[in-house]
Design a protein. Sequence first.
Length: 356
Amino acid sequence: MSLLTHPNARELTKSVRATVLVFKDPRSAELLDRIERLAPSEANALIIGETGTGKELVARHIHNLSRRSKGPFVAVNCGAFPESLVESELFGHEKGAFTGATSSKAGWFETASGGTLFLDEIGDLPLNMQVKLLRVLQEREVVRLGSRTPIPIDVRLVAATNVNLADAVVAGHFREDLFYRLHVATIRLPPLRERPGDILPLAEFFLEEHCQRLGYVRAQLSPEAERKLLGHGWQGNIRELENAIHHALLVCRHQVVQPADLHLVEMRGAAGRQDDSGQYSSATRGPADLEAALNELFEQNLPDLYGYIEETLFRAAYRFCHGNQLQTGRLLGISRNIVRARLEKIGELTATVRAS
């Protein structure tokens, strides 16, 4: 069984990212083989997977297996920057380029020169930044904000996303030319529920890890707890599993984890829930009366019914997420760019900004 761990795992305890990957399940073994075949090349890579599946770990493994392994590995979350700062963060700026720029600063591309730059949540890049990113990938040089002098770079780009970029391209929120530039070497990272052979090895790893950290005698899983772990949907993937094991160790008795100690919560309509036959079903189910509500709307013969439903969905999701565009995108399974464009179109974003 192969194992990948994050070098700073313990500093990421409150993060949603995965800190360890195991490759026990047959699907994982195939994935590892693909990673190791693609890693030595210089091709840009695109890692697709849900939050918490270990995309950064895969990117680090690609870096470590490449000729760039002695160079820097720089991980950047594109969704973490305000839109006004994305350009200076990625490409750098000169002194005086904008208010507050008291000195020149290299961007992340320059910092990663000679190594690998990992851009997580690349679907959240604004369209104008996508144009500039495409040019950097084509020309292999950056121009700092406030400068006209190009700076050569030697960087391999590994990007990651938890949204369907092809759908974003169709919707006009992600550039098609950039999509194909990134799509050279694609790695699809299955969610934990689709590689059940990894669940118990991961659980055992976290048991050992957290017992050592807490100074506890080594605990074990009861057979009932193992069955519960295998039957759970794991909407939060590896991070959810680690949190469940950590919690169980704090409350279990006699160093034996029982099902109730895991404190697992099934999200309504969560992918991967088991049906009556014990098989996983990827279909999501909304409220039982959703179809009835739609039928009532159909009977009203409203003009532009599709637009009305879409607008209502976006308004409700945005308010449910307390005005957080990134969380709204994650809730709906789309990028923040698409969320922002829809909210601007229906006036919700403007209204919220004025209200605040």
